[in-house]
Design a protein around this ligand. Structure first.
Ligand code: IVH
Length: 682
């Protein structure tokens, strides 16, 4: 950088700002970063260094001066949850800043030298894990959670109270009575690896793009519209910074210990130390031990422990001078890309998978890595024979993050993304706005048919006692081609399978018989409609009550539902437009499978003619409240309009819904008032 001219610096600064703003958008809004944190930090450091050297180009709008914004305003393309977001924004009482960070021990020593020079007395530090999640600010008033707001742009954030209330470790009311009347406590919402791997496996099953890492999964989940779906995502929380007027503490660690005594979740790994040498030992320890944690951390946070010293040191525009983060470089390994396989998924999605020269990485030998789709391959500019970096971010499958271009062999081959299905030869298609290529031959592509059967019989679907190998044999012998064929299998046919005896044949037949009593929501899930996972199948079954009602729903009706985005609606419409699928429904119905929901029994007509919108958190799951309304003849819809009779508001209802109801003069009632309407006291 020493030789750079003023004109060159100006151009580079502008270019970096533009690129960094783009990456901030990918990270905070889309939850789909395309570069690693490390690469991002390097770009930001270069920009900061240039701005320091050429102060005439400094600007308050520079990303070095601002906190990236997570305010939800755009469809979440990463998750396919493509409904516009609907959160009220709330201003932060105290700005929500970021932390300075470094990857170098020398810079860490400089941080402590700066502090020593400024405060002129010995100083203890609180050393803490740097949780890799999404920041949250909780406000407690009179011992009750008043609201939970995301960082947003640092000045205002999204009010996600209803979603935060679904996180088991966050108390709605505090223990004891020694808490201040009003205070804020900030922390991180994160997703432990176990929940993350489970969520991605589910997404993979319905061909939805997996989240890149637990942090994106956490922030994506926190921004879901449906709190009951948030509840199922296994989010966790840790709180690490208390703020308020005249708080009765002299150190940060005392404040956190008090928070713990009120029942708030805090980290058990924080330590107060007296020197930078001890800080370094803490870092050394966690640089190794982090591999055994059940959640992701990306570094260590070091904070001046005394609150009077924190006040003395103060803040820059972007971060406190009394704290910094030491970040760990991600573990990565360099290895060779030997070949690429193109796998066909259950719904026809093609996934390129890299075969690697086996290499050790964080305790396992890595042989394969997902390349996700063609865009990802193009972005990496990857060639067979290249040396590539593989990283693990808590995912089951490691990912290729970079190609080492300096080692590219002359004979490296540009991969040829297939034009035809590697299994059945059909021409692949790619729908607009979708990252994946698909084999459209869903009714005849052997891999798709076989995996459709494997999905159908799976535990969460029809729970039929058979495995992949049985499906394979039944298919090879041409006994099964369509799902309904399972129900006309005979004992004689089964006895022709390798190693099958009377007992095994009888077991399968009785398991098939038993599957006829599986409830409609699971039958609907078992059909394997693209983008309709277990939770959505359940929701649609509860809402419509029967397959005929779902089939009759048009696109507008479907997208009216909070949980249904354009992608899912299109997929459902397309599925019902295929005569082969309709014929299968009829054959399965004739075989005795359930195509109607049994639960919503009509109890009375008390609410007939009334239209309800249900919002917030209730004493029972929200679907139960909707079921109660429907069982008494009422209708439920998702948004407040002139037609709405009642808005039933639980804890932390959607602020926009309340506003609209107030504007339109719609009656707002509580859960108790709703119950009183249908269960009048004698
Ligand atoms: S203290 C005024 N402590 O890392 C700043 N932050 O990259 C107070 N983070 O914005 C933040 N673990 O979202 C603090 N133990 C910890 C943390 C932590 C994770 C996050 C937080 C912060 C970001 C900075």
């Amino acid at each position: 950088m020493s030789k750079i001219t003023k004109t060159e610096a100006k151009a580079r600064i502008e270019q970096l700002r533009k690129e960094i703003d783009g990456h901030n958008y990918n990270y905070y809004v889309l939850n789909a970063p395309v570069i690693s944190d490390f690469e991002f930090d390097i770009m930001l450091q270069e920009l900061a260094a240039l701005e320091k050297k050429f102060p005439e180009f400094a600007s308050p709008d520079s990303p070095t001066q601002k906190v990236g914004s997570d305010i939800a305003q755009a469809p979440d393309q990463a998750s396919g949850e493509s409904k516009p977001f609907e959160f009220a924004t709330r201003a932060h009482k105290y700005p929500m800043l970021s932390l300075g960070n470094t990857y170098s021990r020398e810079e860490l020593s400089e941080f402590s030298d700066r502090i020593a020079k400024s405060i002129m007395e010995p100083c203890s530090y609180s050393c803490e894990l740097k949780f890799d999640g999404t920041a949250i600010c909780l406000t407690y008033k009179h011992g009750r959670l008043a609201y939970a707001v995301t960082r947003g742009d640092g000045v205002k954030g999204d009010d996600v109270t209803a979603n935060v209330l679904t996180i088991a470790s966050i108390p709605q009311t505090l223990k004891g009575d020694s808490w201040p009347e009003e205070f804020e406590i900030r922390g991180e919402i994160y997703m432990p690896f176990e929940a993350f791997n489970r969520l991605n496996a589910e997404r993979d099953e319905i061909d939805e793009r997996p989240f890149a890492n637990p942090r994106n999964a956490a922030s994506g989940s926190l921004k879901l519209q449906d709190s009951s779906e948030v509840a199922s995502r296994g989010l966790a929380c840790v709180l690490y910074h208390m703020l308020g007027e005249n708080l009765p503490f002299s150190t940060h660690s005392e404040a956190i210990a008090a928070a713990k005594s009120w029942g708030l979740p805090v980290s058990e790994h924080s330590r107060v130390v007296d020197s930078i040498e001890e800080v370094n030992r803490y870092i050394d320890y966690w640089d190794e031990a982090r591999r055994n944690l059940p959640f992701a951390i990306d570094g260590i946070v070091i904070k001046v422990n005394r609150l009077d010293l924190q006040r003395k040191l103060g803040y820059t525009a972007k971060s406190p001078r009394w704290a910094t983060a030491y970040k760990f470089k991600p573990d990565r390994a360099l290895t060779r890309l030997l070949s690429i396989d193109y796998q066909v998924g259950r719904t026809g999605a093609i996934t390129p998978v890299a075969n690697l020269d086996p290499v050790p990485l964080s305790g396992t030998i890595v042989k394969r890595a997902s390349l996700h789709n063609k865009d990802q391959m193009d972005l990496l500019d990857i060639r067979v024979g290249d040396y590539v970096y593989v990283e693990k971010g808590g995912e089951i499958i490691p990912k290729i993050t970079e190609v080492e271009l300096s080692k590219r062999p002359a004979d490296a081959v540009v991969p040829d993304f297939p034009k035809y299905c590697p299994d059945c030869g059909a021409e692949l298609v790619r729908d607009e706005g979708q990252a994946k290529h698909y084999c459209p031959n869903s009714n005849a592509c052997p891999v798709q048919i076989k995996s459709g059967f494997v999905h159908f019989i799976s535990r969460k679907a029809m729970d039929i006692l058979a495995g992949d190998a049985t499906i394979d044999q039944l298919y090879q012998k041409s006994y099964i081609r369509h799902l309904s064929d399972l129900y006309s299998l005979t004992k004689e046919q089964l006895l022709t399978l390798d190693g099958w005896k009377d007992k095994s044949a009888e077991n399968l037949l009785s398991s098939l018989e038993k599957s006829k009593s599986v409830p409609f929501n699971r039958v609907f899930y078992a059909l394997g409609i693209r983008h309709v996972g277990e939770a959505n199948a359940k929701m649609l079954a509860a809402r419509f009550g029967s397959i005929d009602a779902i089939k009759a729903a048009d696109r507008d009706t479907l997208v009216q539902i909070d949980e249904v985005g354009d992608i899912m609606a299109d997929s459902i419409i397309k599925w019902f437009a295929d005569p082969v699928n309709l014929e299968q429904v009829e054959k399965l119905r004739a075989a005795g499978l359930k195509f109607e929901q049994e639960t919503t029994k009509k109890v009375s007509d008390t609410l007939s003619g009334s239209i309800f919108v249900v919002s917030g958190v209730f004493s029972v799951p929200r679907d139960e409240i909707k079921g109660l309304i429907e069982s008494h003849g009422g209708k439920t819809t998702s948004s407040v309009s002139g037609h709405t009779t009642y808005l039933v508001a639980g804890e932390a209802p959607g602020a926009e819904k309340i506003k609209k109801a107030e504007k339109l003069g719609t009656q707002i009632i509580t859960e108790e008032q709703l119950r009183a309407l249908v269960e009048p006291q004698a």
